[in-house]
Design a protein around this ligand. Structure first.
Ligand code: NDP
Length: 328
């Protein structure tokens, strides 16, 4: 019986358990491509799955991990052959399909994106779903017509994964980035990523007015709740906010005022089921618009055996930037 190393999530009497163990090849799910996973990463959602804090895992047993990068081992899909370097984000991996914290994954070839030139498997996971979501958010603002000339862009949860990559990319593109963080100790880190201003996130948790003073042309929000409502009420006429996260909550105590009186647009960002062509566009833009030195600065590496212990840390907002998980 062939087995491989994996972090397995099982249902328990109360909640779930997570353990690094051997997984049986025969238990791999359907798919036309088998990938030797080399690197994965730790996202907020991985923290939820590892700790069982939210019902992210919807099939048991599950292998945790929503992101992988590695090399195709076997393929019956016309686009892929052994040796191809690939990245895969979301599509239910780690939720409904066996995931990435494992030496091996079997997935659909239609889910895969070829690693762009200049992006290694490790780089791809330093970016991960968080960074690719940051790029989807930037693309959404651009598609709305927001440019560096439109005015400042606010990034919330700036010292987190999505926020760090959004800050780095937007500043490289020439935007005046206002980074909002609860960790003032990370101000120098955020300035190093290119933030022009660092503001305290408490300024965005004040009682929400239907319309407040116009402060920015747009924003990338990974926080949700009152923060997103305040971002909207402070967005300039015709601006746009890309909403991708809920670190502070799923609610949105807003009004229609920013939409109907200032023509502000709220753009939803989903990375999990995002169509493949948009993914390719995002990965290609990450290759050109994310400074490699900055990516290295925001990245911290851990082993597969450490991933479980990092779950509570990311949920507690204690992780700065991005974590890569070395699988082999
Ligand atoms: P991180 O934990 O790395 O970053 C989240 C950041 O949000 C923290 O670092 C912190 O930033 C801030 N934050 C945390 N708690 C609070 C709070 N209570 N109030 C205000 N700010 C808070 O997570 P990721 O960057 O990986 O993910 C961010 C969010 O985006 C998550 O909610 C995640 O689920 C979501 N997400 C959604 C995706 C999609 O497809 N739509 C894809 C990827 C992520 P600071 O210390 O700077 O204030």
């Amino acid at each position: 019986m062939a087995t491989f190393k994996a972090i397995r999530i099982d249902k328990a009497d109360k909640g779930t358990t997570a353990a690094l163990t051997q997984f049986d090849d025969a238990e791999l799910m359907d798919g036309d491509v088998t990938v030797r996973v080399e690197w994965s990463t730790l996202n907020y959602k991985d923290g939820l799955a590892l700790t069982g804090k939210a019902p992210v895992v919807r099939r048991f047993p599950m292998i945790a991990g929503i992101d992988l990068a590695g090399t195709v081992e076997q393929s019956s899909h016309p686009d892929w052959k052994a040796g191809d370097k690939v990245v895969c984000n979301g599509w239910g991996m780690g939720e409904t399909h066996l995931g990435a914290y494992a030496e091996k994954a079997r997935v659909k070839g239609d889910w895969l994106v070829r690693l762009p030139d200049g992006i290694s498997a490790r780089d791809a996971m330093a970016i991960g779903t968080a960074g690719y979501t940051a790029m989807l958010s930037v693309l959404a603002l651009e598609d709305h017509g927001v440019t560096p000339k439109s005015g400042p862009i606010v990034v919330t949860g700036a010292a987190g994964g999505v926020g760090s990559v959004a800050t780095a990319v937007l500043s490289k593109l020439g935007y005046h980035v206002i980074a909002s963080t609860g960790r003032q100790a990370e101000a120098a880190y955020l300035k190093g990523l290119g933030a022009a201003e660092v503001i305290d996130r408490s300024g965005l948790t004040v009682p929400v007015k239907p319309l407040a003073k116009e402060r920015w042309a747009g924003g990338v929000d990974s926080v949700g709740s009152t923060t997103l409502a305040n971002m909207l009420s402070m967005t300039k006429y015709g601006g746009a906010v890309a909403a991708c996260g809920l670190a502070a909550g799923m609610d949105l105590p807003s009004s229609v005022a920013p939409f109907i009186l200032r023509g502000v647009c709220l753009i939803g960002i989903d990375s999990v089921m995002c169509p493949i062509e948009r993914r390719k566009r995002a990965w290609s833009r990450l290759a050109s618009d994310l400074d490699k030195a900055k990516l290295a600065d925001i990245t911290h590496e851990i082993g597969l055996d450490e991933a479980i212990s990092y779950g509570p840390k990311i949920l507690a907002g204690e992780v700065r930037g991005r974590i890569v998980v070395k699988i082999v």
